[in-house]
Design a protein around this ligand. Structure first.
Ligand code: FES
Length: 224
């Protein structure tokens, strides 16, 4: 059997685990139903609203276990499989309970060439967890993600579907972790374009000396 069928990202419909949201809490309020119904009117078919509805569900329940994906699909009147496909395609939808801060480290092309795996492994070693895991105190989860559209300031990461942290170095990672532990979320910083560098201060990497991680393997050598 194919590995992804034996170990799906979330259980397949006939492999539903014990529900993680109590049945009495597994409902949308009237206001939430109205909001979803309003979104549906803005698309030719109800499945057009699936991303917004899943997002609403994630904000409400914190993550998207199968029963929440099913509830959302039922509210939209679309097949469960369709909502499941969307929820499992995007790393921004959390299929399991996450730490308070989710660190999405990009290791796609530009970030990889500029040391994305170095940053990922540095974080893994610093927090003592592998990507996909959460720290015991529930503070941090690390994810490895695809391109987040900020290639010009690689390597970068995103914090809990929010602000980007650009041009990462180990020192920047240390500062970020310290700030997050103290409840300080980094500010949103727009990626500058070359023509705006002088005016905006610039956050694009130009220090070629930092680009030396080209051969870094994708698997951490030190975290067991
Ligand atoms: S490759 Fe990392 S943001 Fe594009």
């Amino acid at each position: 059997m194919a590995d992804f069928i034996k170990n799906p990202v979330v259980p397949l419909p006939d492999q539903d685990p014990e529900p993680q949201i109590p049945a009495e809490e597994l409902v949308f309020t009237d206001a939430e139903k109205q909001q979803i119904a309003h979104w549906v009117t803005r698309y030719p078919t109800a499945d057009g609203a699936v991303m917004r509805a899943l997002w609403l569900a994630q904000e409400k329940f914190g993550f998207l276990p199968p029963e929440v994906v099913r509830l959302t699909a039922e509210e939209l009147g679309i097949p469960y499989a369709q909502a499941y496909g969307v929820a499992t395609f995007y790393t921004q939808y959390y299929k399991k309970k996450m730490g308070r801060h989710v660190l999405d480290v990009c290791t796609c092309f530009s970030c990889q060439v500029c040391g994305g795996y170095d940053i990922l492994h540095y974080l893994e070693e610093k927090l003592g967890i592998h990507k996909g895991e959460s720290t015991d105190d529930g503070l941090f989860t690390i994810q490895e993600v695809e391109c987040l559209g900020a290639c010009g300031s690689a390597p970068m990461l995103q914090v809990t579907n929010g602000p980007f942290v650009h041009n990462l170095t180990p020192a920047k990672v240390d500062q970020l972790i310290e700030d997050l532990k103290q409840g300080k979320t980094p500010p949103f910083v727009s990626v500058t374009l070359p023509q705006d560098e002088a005016d905006l201060g610039g956050n694009r990497r130009s220090d070629a000396a930092a680009v030396e991680a080209y051969q870094t393997p994708p698997v951490s050598a030190t975290v067991e």
